[in-house]
Ligand binder design. Structure first.
Ligand code: SAM
Ligand code: SF4
Length: 487
């Protein structure tokens, strides 16, 4: 029986925003000094940072976020790919191509063999983590469809690789269903409130189970009550004022921390992108400018220093590059948002090879945007995984394919207990290097491999002695042919 649930205090958000005025430099610097300690921020401090408009102070905000990011996450960026298994949906979300009213969309729920084919494709690219995504209507087996799909993903073995962590983004469940989801060995359960603003929520969710704001708002309470310790929250930015949404999301995060001893494992920051059949997606009611977007990512990093920030391929390559330093810690790469999209591209393009054989990007782009493909929205970053990895290496980031924590049971509070004193880096840094080396040896193009091989010793030099010795041991094991080694 769930006794705890989250009630949003909208009045306090309204009053904080009403009181908002341009802060003076001393006030901002005081908040930033506090933020750099890595202990988070309260609502009043967040409101101060939201109201900065002096360009020099904004640069100080960005520099503070970069410092906290570097201290806690080093230069690791965790990589994943979305796996869309179905675009059937009973809801009518005004912004989404999967909405039931979008009659022109080609509907598809992948069957077991089709899911296997998608997973084989992702593994052949080098992925180790997927985010399984579905609309809110399942084929005749009901929710079992999702559980079976997860099982299918974990069972695929392709060459030297496999998917080692399945995170899930599916509609809110009952406590009993969440227990089953936990039993399926998921990593993070993720769901976005889309907008925390009740009136806006009602206006854009007019039909289907998703029209129930409270059921969705309490989803994380039910997930945690069912024993799922890693949950991911998010807002679909562009539906309502970003400042209001950010304060609401932080209230939600604080509620989870005080009720269950552990806040959200991740926060996602999707911005509304054009989607077929959706007028609102072409003209977001409250668009977030690129500058405001960077500000909101930086504030999130300072307010929730130990929570991963996820940025998807909705954003352009340049926006993603700009955001890594500000606090983003997980990114998707080489994504398709139509069920079966990976296989279709492989067929259409004569095979997505690691070297050279990739399709011309224009071809992928037009395919992705067409209604016929059944895609959820259009992408801002169309590069294949190898190109993204090469770009990260150029910027001296380590692309990490690590799945160690979740498999060693370092989740929820156990993870935060290691993360907060900074002890988690002794695990993350060596695991990032060993999984990156696996990628380079098994999947990278020669050029990416050469650049990555140069980066690895340089990165290990920068580690403290303990992690460096561990990294050296793991690297030797991977070079000797072992796979999936972690600490
Ligand atoms: N159907 C489930 C739900 O709505 O919670 C889970 C999957 S849904 C496909 C995943 C997310 O895609 C939604 O939560 C929403 O934030 C995002 N999304 C939908 N339409 C979008 C659009 N036009 N641009 C960007 N993100 C969008
Ligand atoms: Fe369905 Fe989710 Fe798209 Fe809404 S956002 S239409 S619930 S898939």
């Amino acid at each position: 029986m769930v006794t705890l649930s989250f009630t949003l205090d909208s009045a306090s958000i309204d009053s904080l925003l009403r009181a908002g005025r341009r802060p003076d430099a001393a006030q901002v610097r005081q908040v930033l000094a506090q933020a750099r300690l890595g202990r988070g921020l309260d609502d009043a401090q967040v409101a101060t940072l939201m109201n900065i408009d002096d360009p020099a102070l904004l640069e100080e905000l960005f520099a503070s976020a970069a410092e906290v990011k570097r201290t806690i996450y080093g230069n690791r960026l965790v990589i994943f790919a979305p796996l869309y298994i179905s675009n059937l949906c009973a809801n009518d979300c005004a912004y989404c191509a999967f909405s039931v009213s979008n009659r022109g969309l080609k509907r598809r729920a992948l069957r077991t063999e089709e899911i296997r084919a998608e997973v084989r494709h992702l593994v052949r690219q080098g992925h180790k983590r997927v985010l399984l995504v579905a609309g809110e209507a399942y084929p005749r087996e009901g929710f079992r469809y999702v559980l079976d799909a997860i099982d299918t993903v974990y069972k695929v073995k392709e060459g030297p690789g496999e998917i080692r962590r399945v995170n899930v983004n599916v509609a809110p469940l009952s406590v009993e269903e969440f227990r089953e989801l936990k039993g399926a060995r998921i990593g993070t359960y993720q769901i976005f409130q889309e907008t925390y603003h009740p009136e806006t929520y009602r206006a854009v969710h007019t039909r289907g189970p998703k029209a129930d704001y409270d059921w969705r708002l309490a989803a994380m309470d039910r997930a945690m009550a069912a024993g799922i310790e890693d949950v991911g929250v998010g807002v679909l930015f562009g539906l309502f004022e970003w400042r209001w949404e950010l304060l609401a999301l932080l209230q939600h995060a604080r509620h989870l921390e005080s009720a269950y001893g552990c806040g959200p494992h991740t926060v996602s920051v999707p911005r509304l992108e054009p989607a077929s059949g959706s007028r609102i997606s072409e003209h977001p009611p409250k668009p977030v400018s690129d500058l405001d977007f960077r500000v909101l990512v930086a504030i999130l990093r300072l307010a929730l220093p130990y929570t991963g920030i996820i940025m998807s391929t909705r954003e352009s390559a340049q926006m993603r590059r700009d955001s890594f330093a500000l606090g983003v810690s997980q990114i998707s790469a080489g994504s398709r948002t139509n069920p079966g999209g990976y296989e279709e591209d492989e067929d259409a393009c004569g095979g997505v090879g690691v070297e050279g054989g990739t399709a011309p990007h224009e071809q992928l782009r037009s395919h992705e945007l067409s209604d016929e493909g059944g895609a959820q929205f259009s992408l801002g970053d169309h590069r294949e995984l190898d190109e993204v990895v090469a770009d990260l290496v150029r910027m001296e980031y380590i692309p990490s394919f690590c799945t160690g924590c979740y498999r060693l049971g370092r989740t929820g509070m156990d993870f935060m207990d290691l993360a907060k004193p900074g002890d988690i880096r002794a695990h993350c840094d060596p695991n990032a290097v060993s999984t990156f080396l696996e990628y380079l040896l098994d999947y990278a193009s020669p050029r990416t491999r050469q650049a990555g091989e140069k980066l690895i010793p340089a990165l290990m030099e920068k580690m403290d002695e303990g992690p460096r010795l561990t990294a050296r041991r793991l690297v030797e094991q991977v070079r000797a042919g072992r796979r999936d080694v972690y600490c």
